[in-house]
Write a protein that binds this ligand. Structure first.
Ligand code: NAP
Ligand code: MG
Length: 470
């Protein structure tokens, strides 16, 4: 894998003004995976200036032109699929055989859904003597975390391009490669200079500069609540639009008459996939007392099918970084201290593994919703199983969280599941194991964020509306 000494600004690969180097550690080997430059505030200004200049012409292009470019990006992403998979493998620690399914196929599809949405920008409405038109909001700073780096970039870049916005992207320190490959792709298909810019380096330094920049019109952020709050504060004096995709502590309600085997297969996969580093993970499982012991036993049995490691059979890789591993181990220790029953996993290294940022997939039973492990986002392969008496209590527990990103229901059938889904305060709900839908809006209630990604709503975030009175 090549090291990058340059970043992509104004359609060129340039040596940044910032002179530092940022190491990316491979989570499997604990060795250096690649290095990228650490940009500084001069680079922020240069990237924003390029995006501001490019906006003048890019925002005036036809929907057809932007749609064709999005199609060309999709084709090139397919061509570069192996590189994108490798990026997920070496930077965020996804087992190689799962990288395509978890980190690349979905984002390529997600990008493709915005080719048609570019045309929504040309849909005008006459209201009396007013013509209401849509216009791109302007220069967008895009700041992403490391857990689904390509997916999170596409969720912002695709609608930005469709709308006619220009972008300055700041990837997470752990996962800069996806954004750099996307810069190569956009460059190759002929996206005009300055429309997409990538600067690498420290979020603590570059983030506030982007958030407070007078020439940035919008910040689209995914990551921790702490950084999300700081961004909103930094953005406030210049009245920017800020969208936030933040944390979650999402519930899965299983009813007494659900198919337990199917429910557990879905639930364990949902929590453990991507080593639990999923903001929508259904990490609080709510199970009625009447089937509690059977449910826990089934969960433990299903977990056997999720081996840890880096070969073709393995379903769970290491944590993306040493610091994330330590965070998860601290949470597991806290769960034990607070009296939850450890029924699988724990704080030791997984058996037979002596290298890599691994933790054991862990299940806690007899968790109550006031415990730390039930309240805080662990962001690791840790499931909490919480008992309930009746469905009203289950819904109260489900909603008793500051978050509201995702949720799930496993019930006897679609209609009884849907009834429960309507009572959960969250932006997403998955009934009876339903799949993710790239055409539908994605985002959180409450402290899980503001705004939506994907679908028509994802485009709307990047749009200003003008009423022209005639
Ligand atoms: P984070 O600190 O919020 O980082 C996310 C992105 O924001 C990275 O690109 C980061 O850059 C940047 N950043 C950091 N400080 C910033 C600031 N003051 N202003 C603007 N941007 C800033 O998240 P993390 O440290 O990687 O993960 C911490 C926790 O956040 C996780 O344990 C998890 O609970 C949560 N998280 C949630 C999601 C989600 O999808 N909801 C995703 C990831 C993490 P650097 O990488 O250079 O610091
Ligand atoms: Mg951080």
């Amino acid at each position: 894998m090549k090291n990058y000494t340059k970043v992509y600004i104004n359609g060129d690969w340039i040596t940044p003004h910032g002179t530092g180097i940022q190491d990316v550690i491979n989570p499997f080997t604990e060795e250096l995976a690649l290095c990228v430059p650490r940009c500084d505030l001069v680079d922020v200004d240069n990237a924003v200036a390029a995006a501001k200049e490019a906006f003048k012409t890019w925002s005036q292009t036809s929907a057809q032109y932007r749609s064709d470019l999005i199609d060309a990006i999709v084709a090139k992403m397919e061509e570069r699929k192996e590189d994108l998979c490798q990026a997920a493998h070496i930077t965020m620690g996804c087992p190689a055989h799962l990288s395509g399914v978890i980190h690349v196929d979905g984002p390529i599809h997600g990008m493709s859904t915005y080719a048609k949405r570019a045309f929504l920008m040309e849909a005008e409405e006459e209201i009396g003597h007013s013509l209401v038109v849509k216009e791109a909001i302007g220069v967008c700073a895009v700041i992403n975390p490391w857990n689904y780096p390509l997916h999170q970039l596409v969720g912002k870049l695709a609608p930005a391009l469709a709308a006619g916005c220009t972008v300055v992207a700041k990837p997470a320190g752990q996962t800069p490669l996806q954004d750099l490959i996307m810069a190569e792709i956009l460059d190759e298909v002929g996206v005009p200079a300055g429309v997409f810019n990538v600067i690498t380096g420290s979020g603590a330094t570059l983030g506030p500069a982007l958030s407070s920049h007078p020439d940035v019109d919008m910040v689209s952020f995914t990551g921790s609540n702490q950084a999300g709050i700081q961004i909103a504060k930094e953005a406030a004096p210049t009245i920017k639009r800020v969208t936030q995709e933040l944390g979650g502590k999402s519930p899965l309600i299983i009813t007494a008459d659900a198919n337990l085997e199917e429910a557990m297969t879905f639930a364990i996969q949902d929590v453990m996939i991507n080593t639990g580093q999923t903001c929508t993970a259904l990490s609080r499982m709510l199970v009625p007392h009447s089937i509690y012991d059977e449910a826990v036993a089934t969960a433990i049995a299903v977990l056997e099918h999720f081996p840890v490691g880096d070969n073709e059979e393995c379903m769970i890789g290491p944590m993306a970084s040493l610091s994330q591993k330590n965070t998860v181990l601290d949470f597991i220790a806290t769960g034990i201290e607070e009296g939850a029953t450890l029924v699988a996993g724990g704080t030791d290294m997984p058996a037979g593994i002596d290298k890599g940022f691994y933790v054991q997939p862990t299940i806690f039973a007899n968790v109550n919703n006031q415990m730390t492990i039930a309240r805080e986002e662990i962001f690791g392969p840790v499931l909490c199983v919480i008992p309930y008496n009746d469905i009203d209590e289950a819904i109260d527990i489900a909603n008793d969280t500051p978050y509201g990103l995702s949720s799930g229901v496993f019930a006897k059938d679609r209609d009884s599941g849907l009834k429960i889904a309507r009572r959960i305060r969250a932006g997403l709900c998955f009934v009876n194991g339903a799949e993710f839908n790239y055409e539908a809006p994605f985002g959180g209630y409450k402290q899980s964020g503001n705004g939506r990604e994907f679908g028509d709503e994802g485009l709307a975030e990047f749009v200003e509306v003008k009423s022209i009175q005639l």
